[in-house]
Ligand binder design. Structure first.
Ligand code: PGA
Length: 234
């Protein structure tokens, strides 16, 4: 039986004050989940969440251990703040910041080497889906990371690019189809999350699919009641 996971991806949103309010609300709801917060709020999250059912993490990390990499944050630094998770290869990192499969794989390996569980994001664009290339794309993205020492206890998130922040969710059947394909390349224990416009009103149907073990939640993770409802749906 795979443990369920709902992780919030706050992206570049919030303030110290909104972060405090959101963390307080999630802790008060006593739901097991994770939040991936912007770097400056990691210390605040660690302090507020230690000893609760809410794990915390970051949204990216450097593939390098240390050195002259201005603006970058290493896995060891995240470890010092008690991060349990880190997103790697989110589509915004791939598409807006040019991260390649090889770079994502190196970040994946760096996280694992530091004892932080990577949440590897994979997903096709609308153009790729319409060209019938969904499986080829997610397999390529997955295999690049797997080549760096296997899956271990890493989490994989299937996030179709056309569903992220668009309000256009994959149907439960579309999600299950890709998850079943990914499952075939992974161990039975690997947790597979779906991400892309998950909201309180569609979460239960998506999470009911046999190979969907939870969700990676963007926009709705910033609204306490919505995020809590999605955690409860899982
Ligand atoms: P969304 O984002 O829930 O706002 O679509 C998901 C994500 O980018 O992880």
């Amino acid at each position: 039986m795979r443990e369920r996971l709902v992780a919030g991806n706050w992206k570049m949103h919030g303030s110290r004050e909104s972060c405090r309010a959101l963390l307080d609300a999630i802790v008060a709801a006593d739901v097991a989940c994770a939040v991936c917060v912007p770097f400056p709020y990691l210390a605040q999250a660690a302090e507020r969440l230690r000893g609760t059912r809410v794990a915390w993490g970051a949204q990216t990390l450097s593939e390098h251990a240390q050195g002259a990499f201005t603006g970058e944050v290493s896995a060891a630094m995240l470890g010092e703040f008690g991060c349990r998770y880190v997103l790697v290869g989110h589509s915004e990192r791939r598409h807006l910041f040019g991260e390649t499969d090889a770079q994502v794989a190196a970040k994946f390996a760096a996280a694992r080497a530091a004892g932080i569980t990577p949440i590897l994001c994979v997903g096709e664009t609308l153009q790729e889906r319409e060209a019938g290339r969904t499986q080829e794309v997610v397999a390529r993205q997955l295999d690049a990371a797997l080549a760096r020492g296997g899956i271990g206890d890493a989490v994989v998130a299937y996030e179709p690019v056309w569903a992220i922040g668009t309000g256009r969710t994959a149907t439960p059947e579309q999600a299950q189809e890709v998850h079943a394909f990914l499952r075939g390349r992974l161990s039975a224990q690997t947790r597979l999350l779906y991400g892309g416009s998950v909201k309180p009103d569609n979460a239960a149907a998506i999470f009911a699919m046999p190979d969907v073990d939870g969700g990676l939640i963007g926009g709705a993770s910033l609204v306490a009641n919505d995020f809590i409802a999605i955690c409860r749906a899982a």
